[in-house]
Structure formats: C-alpha cells, structure tokens
Ligand binder design. Sequence first.
Ligand code: XMP
Length: 253
Amino acid sequence: MNFDEKITNAARNNKTRTVLALDLEDPEPERLASRSRQILEDVKEFICAVKVNRQLVLTLGLSGVADSILKTAKNNSIPTIMDAKLNDVGHTNGFMARTYFDLGFDAIIASPVVGWENGLDTVFDAAKSRGKSIILLTYMSNPGAEAFYSLTATQPNGTSKPVFEILTNLALEWKAHGVVVGATKPEIIKRVRTLAGPNLSIYSPGVGTQGGDAVEAIAAGSTYLIVGRSIYNASNHVEAAKSIRQATGTLKP
Ligand code: XMP
C-alpha cells in the first residue's frame, strides 16, 4: 500500500483529518521517547497520520525515532511523515530522503524553492523507487511567511504570478502527493484548491496555537490538518484530539 492509500484508509477508518505533529522537547531522550510514544498511543484512534519533526530526530537519533515512533505507528496502521523540509542541493537532499525513507517513513516534506535539477530531483527519484511520497511547502503558516510566499514573481516565459501559485503548479508538474498551506490562510487554501483540483492533498498546520481554525481550513479546501501543541500540550490530550475530530472528521474539503 502506498502513502496515499495508507492515509486515506486511516482517515476513513478513524473518521478523522488530523495529522498529529510530534514536536515535544525534552533533553532526556528516554523521557522524550516514552512521552511521545504515549501521546501517539493515546490519540491513535483520532488521527490519520503522525508527523515527526527534528526535535525528536536530534534528541532520539534515527534508531530512537524508529524504535519509539515508527514501530508504534506501524503497529497501529498509522502512516508516518518526516517533516525534513528538505532544501539543499541534490546529493544532500537525496541522502536525507533515502535515509528517512529507509528508516521507515512513508512521506517527507520538502521545500520546492530549491528547484528540480540537482535540487529535488533526487528526492522524487528516491520516493518513486520506494513507493513513497513527497509533500511540498507551498505557503507556510507563520506570520512572516507572507513576505516571501505572496510575492509576485515573473517567470522565464514573462508571466507574473504569486510565488505560492508557482509552487502549486510545480507540485502538480512534479507529481507531489500534497502541499502544505497554513490553516492561518483560508483564502490561500481556497486559491490553491482551485488551482490544484481535487486530487492534490492540502495539509494545513497552524490550527489552534498559531490561530488557524480547523473547520474554516477544511471548508476552504484543506484535506488534512497538522496539529501539534493544541493536542500534546492540552491538559487532556485525548479530549483535545477527540474534539478536533468531532469538529472536522466528517467534513468534506
Ligand atoms: P503546532 O504546534 O503549531 O505545530 O500545531 C504545527 C506543526 O507543523 C509544523 N508547521 C509547519 N510545517 N509548514 C510545515 O511544513 C508550515 O507552514 C508549518 N507551520 C508549522 C511545525 O513544525 C509543527 O510540527
């Protein structure tokens, strides 16, 4: 089963659109691993994927992430995303992509601004040969993102477009599985959905803690919500995950 089938199945089975972002911080690796694994176990029936960030990789190491998170996710049929935001030259990107995929991740987040040739070509090659998926940053959720992603750029053929529209078109051309568009930007989500059509998955981080509204993001066209602190920092993380599912699980993008 490829990533698209895995996340679609998990979303359907658990009636949810929530991707759990695990970015907990703790200098003590054993405590971090056990808390992260516990949260994943506790909310597994309310999520359709888990996204791991560098907080875990840098503290637990690759084998620690594999033992604590990837194993638990796999045992529960929860697909996994590495939020690597790959953004380097080809040989370095390729090495990182192969390493994360071969560790067991089903999908990786990369930045399209590095371009195709000797940029993300190696990442897409690594994904294709392994049946894995790529998700591209298209409009970030933080307030500073506007300074770049909304710029109007003139392309080599002379046409001018906002950067995020150019990046959406690249995602379609390169056959990415999906794009990341902040939940804090419903108007941008709408525009990306219109440009991309129904088949490109839109992942929206920024719900809750960053000010984005889960229901508004789905209504605008997001396929999945990426949620971290609003779940793992909640006084009751199970109830927090459950209430996001209740609000959005049956909505159609
Ligand atoms: P919170 O705690 O704000 O975490 O729910 C959100 C998660 O998503 C990541 N994040 C982003 N990832 N593009 C991304 O690819 C974004 O615009 C973006 N904004 C937040 C963040 O690293 C965290 O894991």
